[in-house]
Design a protein around this ligand. Structure first.
Ligand code: ADP
Length: 622
């Protein structure tokens, strides 16, 4: 919806903000409550980019809110600096710089450890504000006397003092904050942030430097927090020390959860619920300190019954009412009642009719025609403690070759692939890809060089549509591993749509392009898994059991797909389905107990007594 009508949300926001002073008083909202909601809402826009869009739950936002607020308030109350807006921006920059430094430390870990580090950092800031820096921050007294803004228009001066007059000033900055945030989430950076939230491992593997993007989200959230902190001081004519308290961070998290994460407007709505309930319970019902008890119960109920907050609940209701609830669409499982053989025959006949799409040329055209090795691994060994998963493997694949790897479970095939794509470092040995020594490089860098892998267990971006999944992979090729094009419209990237459409056609998912991944049948998910590895036109494609778990029909379809994408490309395929694999590849490497047992053409492998005896137990005898 956002994509189709780019200015709709902005326009509705502007209209809402203009109408609010005329409507909200009738709903019992005092102007000061509305102003507080706006400040929390703006604080939450940044937090939502960090938490809702990138999946990073920080409990340390108070540190940045306090930093921005105190820097702005200090300038305005202690230094003779009078320009309110400039002070707000300086506070914002200070918070962003602090956010960068905090992010560098906190983002070294993920999940609960990241959250715990942010808690600890917020506590450190709280302590520092109260003790070593008390002379500058006023300690527990805070900084009183923060001036309100006024603008000299030549013929008159406009003052934004308090109540509805200050509302205009705050609403203006909230609007600017929303417009900027909408630009960010619609940009390629926003798309990558969502990919990181969904599946950081795959976002890395398709070639994005996710650490850089996470840090970017952290700095953006810090900047929003810093600016909102400055507004807090102006709104209250006093910079309160409790901006730095853990409670501030916790309240922000809860308000965002109540309103709905990943919506930008959730924190505003959550703040409205929270603050109006607070006013109502404390002032109207006179509950005193017990209001938190009631609020706690309301919070638990809302989170339990509205898993995506109020906005998520409204979206679900709308989808239900209009019958557009694609999220709950069940995958289509085909049950024909036929035997596997019959199914296979029918599938072969049907699939033969499906036109194949010529693959995109691999990225490294300068190597076209060169028949030397594209990949060479020498002495590759991987030990896990005492267990030797791969031992002294020498392996070479030529440009344009189709290589199969077989071996019993536990032979070390997956470990070998993980070393080739640099997911795990070898204990010893060397890997050379297109003349570059890639040993010890990152998965992202190796992907950027043109070596990608499809996973044995699907690694998709599960909350995105099929098209958006492929977009994420293609972006990594077109933009490189890290780029801060935060204000660029994703659709304006030259070649993106064509490459995405082409990839979708290659993996035969064009009709499913706008389907959420959760609604795909298993075989379709496997094809998308291959599509993600294929999307950024790799010169070497590794496929880890692409046929695993497929129905006969899906197998035939996928073998056909693999044949078509193999044209002009180098591929190494691991699979247990020998018939399909031998039909596809030119040479086969057999691994056993972490070593190369034998290598040869499919015919040689089929007829090799060592393989039959040691591994296949004679099953390949014709
Ligand atoms: P395959 O793919 O051929 O089934 P793997 O490469 O998955 O074999 O595993 C080879 C051996 O390495 C197995 O014995 C497995 O238990 C061990 N292994 C794989 N990954 C790890 C790990 N992360 N930690 C410890 N042992 C591992």
């Amino acid at each position: 919806m956002i994509k189709q009508r780019p200015f709709l949300v902005e326009t509705l926001t502007a209209i809402g903000l203009i109408l609010a002073p005329f409507i909200l008083p009738y709903l019992g909202f005092a102007p000061n409550t509305v102003n507080r909601i706006l400040v929390w809402g703006l604080f939450g826009v940044g937090f939502d980019i960090l938490f809702g869009f990138t999946g990073l739950l920080s409990f340390g936002q108070s540190a940045l809110y306090g930093t921005g607020g105190f820097v702005a308030a200090y300038l305005l109350t202690r230094t003779g600096f009078h320009h309110v807006v400039s002070a707000l921006f300086i506070g914002m920059i200070a918070a962003a710089v602090v956010g960068y430094l905090v992010g560098l430390v906190a983002l070294r870990r993920t999940g609960i450890y990241f959250a715990m580090i942010t808690v600890a950092i917020a506590e450190v800031f709280f302590f520092v504000e109260f003790n070593p820096l008390a002379d500058w921050t006023g300690g527990e007294n805070g900084l009183p006397g923060v001036p309100s803004p006024s603008f000299d228009l030549g013929f008159t001066t406009v003052h934004f003092t308090n109540g509805w007059s200050l509302y205009g000033f705050l609403a203006f900055w909230y609007f600017i904050g929303i417009v900027i945030a909408l630009r960010i989430i619609r940009s390629p950076v926003g798309a990558v942030l969502r990919a990181i939230r969904d599946n950081p491992l795959r976002a890395t593997a398709v070639g994005h430097n996710i650490h850089g993007y996470k840090l970017t989200a952290f700095v953006i959230a810090a900047a929003y927090a810093g600016f909102a902190g400055g507004l807090l001081g102006i709104m209250q004519a006093f910079m309160p020390p409790d901006a730095f308290m853990f409670d501030t961070s916790a309240q922000l998290v809860m308000q965002t959860a109540i309103g709905g994460t990943g919506t930008l407007f959730g924190p505003l709505l959550g703040a409205a619920v929270w603050l109006s309930l607070q006013d109502f319970l404390q002032a109207t019902l006179g509950l005193g300190a017990a209001w938190k008890l009631v609020l706690g119960i309301v919070f638990v109920l809302l989170v339990c019954f509205l898993r995506h907050g109020i906005i998520g609940g409204l979206v679900d209701l709308y989808a239900l009412a209009t019958g557009k609830n694609k999220q709950v669409e069940e995958p289509v499982e085909e049950t024909t009642g036929l035997t596997a053989e019959e199914e296979q025959k029918i599938a072969e006949a049907q699939i033969a009719k499906v036109p194949t799409v010529a693959p995109l040329p691999p990225r490294h055209r300068d190597s076209d025609g060169y028949k030397g090795p594209i990949l060479q691994a020498t002495g590759l060994t991987k030990r896990y403690g005492g267990l030797v998963a791969n031992s002294d493997i020498n392996f070479s694949v030529n440009h344009g070759e189709l290589r199969g790897i077989i071996g019993p479970n536990g032979a070390g095939k997956s470990t070998f692939f993980k070393m080739l794509t640099c997911e795990v470092p070898p204990t010893s040995g060397k890997i050379v890809f297109e003349g570059n020594d890639i040993t010890g490089m990152t998965v992202t860098d190796v992907c950027q060089l043109g070596l990608t892998k499809s996973y044995q267990v699907n690694q998709l971006f599960s909350q995105l549509t099929v098209r958006d999944n492929v977009v994420i992979a293609v972006l990594a090729e077109l933009r490189g591993k890290f780029r801060l094009d935060m204000f660029r419209n994703i659709e304006s990237i030259p070649g993106l749509t064509e490459q995405v459409d082409h990839t979708l056609a290659m993996v035969n998912l064009t009709p499913r392009a706008d389907t959420p991944v959760a609604s795909l049948a298993y075989g379709e998910k496997r094809r998308l898994e291959i599509g993600l590895a294929l999307a950024n036109s790799p010169s070497l494609l590794l496929l880890d059991e692409p046929l695993a778990g497929m129905s006969p029909r899906e197998r035939v379809e996928t073998v056909k797909l693999l044949k078509s994408i193999s044209q002009g490309r180098t591929m190494i395929i691991i699979d247990h389905d020998m018939d399909s694999l031998f039909e596809l590849v030119e040479r086969v490497t057999v691994l056993q107990e972490g070593r190369v047992l034998v290598e040869g053409t499919p015919e040689e492998i089929k007829g090799n007594p060592t393989v039959q005896e040691a591994y296949l137990g004679g099953v390949l005898e014709q």
